[in-house]
Design a protein around this ligand. Structure first.
Ligand code: 5GP
Ligand code: MG
Length: 185
């Protein structure tokens, strides 16, 4: 697997440091608003499957009472590396009324996924909806989307690792990397 890597874009130490910073930022914003004393509770809604590792690290740095819900949004199919129309698969969480919701996703590219998820979750009448992504591509479309928490801005390149896949593989790479061109051939 390592021989397929073209370049390490963000190594595991940088990711770890940034995830802690994001958690501090989220905790700071929500501590006064979420949980206890009649304040609305916190629910994290994670977009599968790319956000699993980010979610696992982020929540362990978030010392707040919370629930976790998982949703699946399909936008990339198989070997395609360009965005397709985003679709939520299966039911949305139904019990978000009055909750503070933080949507956790791996990467913001065309923005279709997060815009769809935010719009649909707002229909459940939560107290608030915020979005958190590990990565944002430097594209006009991505920059046009409202996201409260962003780990890293990266060039408009296809990346894998730390949860992100190509054709189902490479999610277990600890760093965010690009792949050699022959992998896509
Ligand atoms: P968007 O809807 O913003 O175009 O795309 C978001 C989704 O597409 C992400 O949640 C992720 O699953 C996938 N995606 C976008 N860019 C990349 C990329 O560079 N690498 C990988 N592995 N997935 C990506
Ligand atoms: Mg995704």
């Amino acid at each position: 697997m390592d021989s397929h890597i073209a370049r390490v874009l963000i190594d595991r130490q940088r990711i770890a440091r940034r995830v802690h910073e994001l958690a501090d930022q989220i905790a700071g914003d929500l501590r006064v608003e979420a949980g206890g004393d009649g304040r609305p509770p916190l629910t994290l809604v994670a977009v599968m499957t790319g956000s699993v590792i980010f979610l696992a690290d982020l929540i362990r740095s978030l010392p707040l009472m919370m629930s976790i819900r998982l949703i699946t949004v399909s936008s990339y199919r198989g070997k395609a590396t360009r965005a397709m129309e985003a679709r939520i698969q299966g039911p949305l969480p139904q019990d978000l009324s009055g909750q503070h919701v933080v949507v956790v996703d791996d990467i913001l590219d065309s923005g279709q996924t997060l815009e769809l998820v935010r719009r649909r979750l707002e229909q459940a009448r939560p107290a608030s909806v915020r979005c958190c992504v590990l990565l944002r591509k430097q594209t006009p479309a991505a920059r046009a989307v409202t996201v409260e928490y962003i780990g890293f801005d990266i060039p408009d390149q296809f990346v894998v690792g730390y949860g992100l896949d190509y054709n189902g593989h490479y999610r277990n790479l600890p760093d965010v990397v690009t792949l050699k061109p022959e992998v896509f051939a």
